[in-house]
Design a protein. Sequence first.
Length: 150
Amino acid sequence: MIKNNKIEYTSQEYLEFKDLTEEIEQQVKETKIQNGYVLVYSCHTTLAICVNEKEKGIVKDFKSLMDKMIPRDIYYCHNDLTVRTENLVCQSAKSDCLNGHSHCTHMLMPNSEMIPIIEGKMALGTWQRIFAIELDCERKRTVIVQISGE
Ligand code: ZN
């Protein structure tokens, strides 16, 4: 059996850690699948999916690391509208496209996570939670949750 679900929401800000764990647990429970997998997949080029610990210090540490590794205030070709010609879907609000740092960050992070289902439950470790991490500003977001097994 394969069940395709979606989680749709509006993110709040850059580097928001949205915890999807409980919603996905509920979706897995409703399928009654005992053994299989759940695939959690971001439909975006600036939204990452990561399994990690829920702890405020980690979020702060990650923000500080990203500020050092991928600063937002440096030059990005993607943001240079004097040379860029591709994928300018937001002509009326061009600043919405100026997210070179968001794409670069996403390329260093997972776009999906796959979690085993064993005896009807996701086999997450004690501290593991499933996060959608916003790498852009406030955005409408869609995450696919594909649950398969028997
Ligand atoms: Zn972009």
